[in-house]
Design a protein around this ligand. Structure first.
Ligand code: ATP
Ligand code: MG
Length: 251
């Protein structure tokens, strides 16, 4: 803030406090929940979730029952600070094993989505969607058979791209652009950020229902095809905006 005031000539793209908002998995998804976007192209929300801050893991099964959220649950460290620990996610299949978890956490309902997710990159006003492999569905049978807490492998970061894979079109179809554009526009405004991405999954039982499960600030753009062109356009648009401002001020 001080720096910004002392140097009005410097363009601060995304302010640190707005970026900070994404370092907590609870506050990160709050705006998506508030927007509660629904139009003729579909609906976008957040999986039902519960935040556990108490150190006493033995109270988690009761808290889950009271919140009415359903197993299996994805347990995510509350802080998403980029450390490798903050990416250590697990899946819990039965109430008993919830006591083995290590708070502070966000417990999120696991949504079956057919093993494919969408990384939606936002660069200013531009959007690029990339398909990635994700976790496979959990069947009712598996849910009754499995018990325990299992680490979640970082499937979406694996080298294999889902772009050219032979996938069920109902699972692989990119979410409708008009829906993503509305969401991106609202989020840009509410978050006060220009450079971020959304991890989105489609409910396997309901193709019009989408869930945002993660938002990252300045994600690895290297994995995004054509990022060079999109960044060039973005920087040019910033330059033009600044030029217009100066031109108006000096009139
Ligand atoms: N609610 C959910 N339902 C189903 N699968 C989920 C859910 N949340 C997360 N996953 C799966 O777990 C993966 C990692 O989750 P998430 O993106 O929230 O964590 P992360 O630590 O930020 O991981 P990454 O850096 O790999 O994106 C997702 O890509 C997806 O495959
Ligand atoms: Mg993610």
């Amino acid at each position: 803030m001080d720096y910004r005031q002392a140097h009005p000539e410097v363009t601060v793209l995304d302010p640190p406090d707005a970026i900070q908002h994404l370092r907590n998995r609870q506050s990160m998804l709050q705006d998506v929940a508030d927007i509660n976007l629904s139009n003729s192209y579909g609906r976008v929300g957040v999986p039902k979730q519960l935040v556990i801050t108490s150190d006493d893991a033995s109270s988690i099964p009761d808290a889950v029952t009271q919140a009415g959220i359903k197993l299996p649950l994805v347990a995510k460290p509350l802080l998403a600070d980029g450390s490798s620990k903050s990416h250590e996610l697990s899946i819990a299949y039965d109430p008993e094993s919830l006591q083995k978890l290590d708070p502070p956490l966000v417990l999120q309902e696991f949504v079956n989505h057919g093993g494919v997710m969408f990384k939606v990159y936002i660069i200013g006003e531009a959007i690029k969607v990339v398909r990635r492999f994700s976790l496979p569905d959990v069947s009712k049978r598996e849910l009754t058979k499995n018990s325990g807490v299992f680490p979640v492998p970082r499937v979406s970061c694996a080298a294999a791209s889902a772009e050219d894979a032979d996938l069920d079109p109902r699972v692989a179809e990119i979410p409708p652009y008009p829906l993503l554009e509305r969401l991106a526009k609202e989020l840009r405004r509410r978050l006060g950020l220009h450079l971020f991405n959304l991890d989105i999954i489609r409910d396997h039982g309901n193709p019009d229902r989408f869930y945002v499960i993660d938002i990252n600030y300045f994600p690895g753009y290297g994995k995004m095809p054509e990022y060079e062109y999109m960044f060039t356009d973005f920087f040019l648009s910033l330059g033009q905006r600044k030029y217009k401002k100066y031109a108006l001020a000096s009139c």
